[in-house]
Design a binder for this molecule. Structure first.
Ligand SMILES: Cc1cc2nc3c(=O)[nH]c(=O)nc-3n(C[C@H](O)[C@H](O)[C@H](O)COP(=O)(O)OP(=O)(O)OC[C@H]3O[C@@H](n4cnc5c(N)ncnc54)[C@H](O)[C@@H]3O)c2cc1C
Length: 506
């Protein structure tokens, strides 16, 4: 069905019109790769992924993946590539700390070569200039790269993370800092030594600062340190008019050690031992219209922070509610709902999004009616016939173009492109409905997890002595139920089932 082959003869021989892809994904992070792989597993072709970097992302240390993520990785067929390498931290509930670079590689490797295009930074989204006829009617979208290259697509998926250009295009507000900073470290034991840590998650909570520590493999340990931005030297530097961000790894390590001064040595030693290239520092952001600044000085304000945050959240309509769908464009993962890492769910939820959107698109592009509903067999057969004819025509065009002169190539190309667009005009209402369904299905879940994660982080970020005393001695022991916080991690977003039209009409 795809028209990829049409460009096989090189740019001079072909007209300027770019081929139309079925699905164009912006961003080859966790979300973009998982979505591309899910589409591949479902047999959706003519998919392309544009990634601004020259290779897969290498930094970011490790991610905690909970059962909801493992279900998705199982569905994608890559979980068993990863499981043997990473320790299961919580026994019956699968929870592993997975190195990001290995996770990305596991998702990338099964995707056919040429689908992911590196050094491809998207700078603009638009409708084709002067589009007329089927192209305008069918709502084909174009994206432009930094170097001027143009891609046309039926469906555009913004998987480009928190700073998403697609989200900006869709009118979503920028993710806002929540007033906390995180330093992450991945420490490898030297010369084949083992860390001998229990396979458990350790959490140390202090005043406005907390540290989590887990084994990743038998010789690697991951830790993160979260602290209030107001207590950071960079905040002080910003106030005094000097530098705002810390990028020097030696300074980052120093900052982490400052915040853990006087803490037990069996925790601090991992910060000391982490090589500087294993360190990473970032400002925590999420997308909602409130901003919570943990207060250092006011007990009352400290106590009110979570309540105020909740009120403001519900009072202000969250900006990340929906994405305009008129051009079959939507957002997936952090591009849609960047969240704080307090529940370690951003990546897990992004994986859930990925297979949900892929499933919906697979059904819509192939005109698969929902199971259990009586299908219109004639329509399905007719569409199947059209698709077969078009696929045949695409192949014929490719063969012809290699043997005939350039004017003939142009007319074949045009004819094919128009057929493809006519097919898209027929598919588009289904695809738009499918994307709307995806947004509906995911919106509430992502909203709830974003709120929980935000409130949990602000609660743990309290830094007044009295409030921390109450939190640690009264509130936490009496009210904290791990199931309430981690209950979100057992969600099952379903399998990837590949249908074809004949099956669906049965
Ligand atoms: C400190 C911290 C700890 C975390 N810990 C966990 C955890 O333990 N567990 C968990 O599940 N989640 C965790 N998360 C969340 C998780 O990292 C994210 O949810 C996840 O990385 C989102 O993936 P993504 O692909 O949507 O975005 P990203 O990982 O940001 O990937 C976006 C990709 O798009 C590319 N891109 C951006 N703009 C363009 C453009 N214009 N053109 C082309 N390409 C572009 C980028 O180069 C990048 O490769 C954590 C987050 C933070 C900040």
């Amino acid at each position: 069905m795809g028209v990829e082959g049409i460009i096989a003869d090189g740019p001079e021989a072909l007209p300027k019109l770019p081929p139309v892809h079925n699905v164009l994904i912006v961003g080859a992070g966790l979300t973009g790769l998982a979505t591309a792989l899910a589409l591949h597993r479902l047999g959706v072709d003519a998919v392309v992924v544009l990634e601004q970097s020259k290779s897969l992302r290498n930094e970011g240390a490790a991610l905690t993946l909970f059962p909801n993520a493992w279900r998705v990785l199982d569905a994608l067929g890559v979980a068993d590539v990863l499981r043997p390498h990473f320790i299961n931290i919580m026994g019956p509930h699968e929870m592993r700390q997975v190195e990001r670079k290995q996770l990305l590689a596991a998702l990338y490797n099964p995707i056919p070569k040429g689908v992911v295009r590196f050094n491809s930074r998207v700078t603009a989204v638009r409708k084709p200039a002067g589009a007329a006829g089927p192209q305008a009617a069918a709502g084909v979208t174009q994206v432009e790269l930094e170097d001027g290259t143009i891609y046309s697509t039926k469906v555009l998926l913004g998987c480009d993370g928190g700073g998403s250009v697609i989200a900006k295009w869709a009118g979503l507000t920028k993710p806002q800092p929540v007033g906390q900073i995180v330093i992450r470290g991945l420490c490898k034991c030297e010369q084949g030594a083992l860390h001998n840590l229990e396979p458990v998650y350790q959490h140390v909570i202090g005043k406005g600062v907390r540290l989590g520590l887990t084994p990743v493999t038998h010789d690697k340990v991951y830790w993160f340190l979260v602290f209030n931005a107001s207590s950071s030297p960079s905040a002080q530097a910003a106030r005094s008019g000097t530098t705002q961000y810390i990028t020097d790894p030696l300074q980052i390590r120093e900052e982490a050690l400052q915040h853990t001064k006087g803490w037990p040595q069996d925790v601090v030693k991992w910060i000391e031992k982490t090589p500087i290239e294993g360190l990473n520092r970032g400002i925590i952001r999420d997308r909602c219209t409130w901003s919570v600044t943990p207060t250092r000085h006011s007990v009352l304000m400290s106590m009110m922070t979570p309540a105020a945050a909740a009120l403001r959240f519900f009072w202000n309509k969250p900006a990340a509610a929906t994405v305009p769908l008129s051009n079959a464009i939507t957002l997936v993962g952090d591009a849609w709902h960047p969240m704080t890492p307090n529940l370690a769910q951003g990546g897990c939820i992004a994986l859930e999004d990925s297979i949900t959107v892929a499933r919906k698109l697979h059904q819509a592009l192939n005109n698969i009616k929902k199971p259990n509903k009586k299908n219109n067999k004639n329509n399905v057969k007719q569409l199947h016939k059209t698709i077969t004819t078009l696929s045949h025509s695409a192949t014929t065009t490719l063969t012809t173009t290699t043997t005939t002169n350039s004017s003939c190539m142009k007319s074949n190309y045009k004819l094919n492109l128009e057929e493809e667009e006519l097919l898209w005009a027929e598919q588009m209402p289904r695809v738009i409905a499918a994307l709307a369904e995806y947004q509906r299905e995911r919106r509430f879940r992502t909203f709830v997890v974003t709120v929980k994660s935000h409130l949990f982080g602000s609660f743990l970020g309290w830094d007044s002595s009295l409030v921390c005393f109450l939190r640690d001695k009264v509130i936490l022991p009496l009210t904290f139920r791990a199931s309430a916080v981690f209950g979100v991690t057992t969600y099952d977003c379903g399998q990837l089932v590949r249908f074809d039209n004949t099956q669906s009409s049965a």
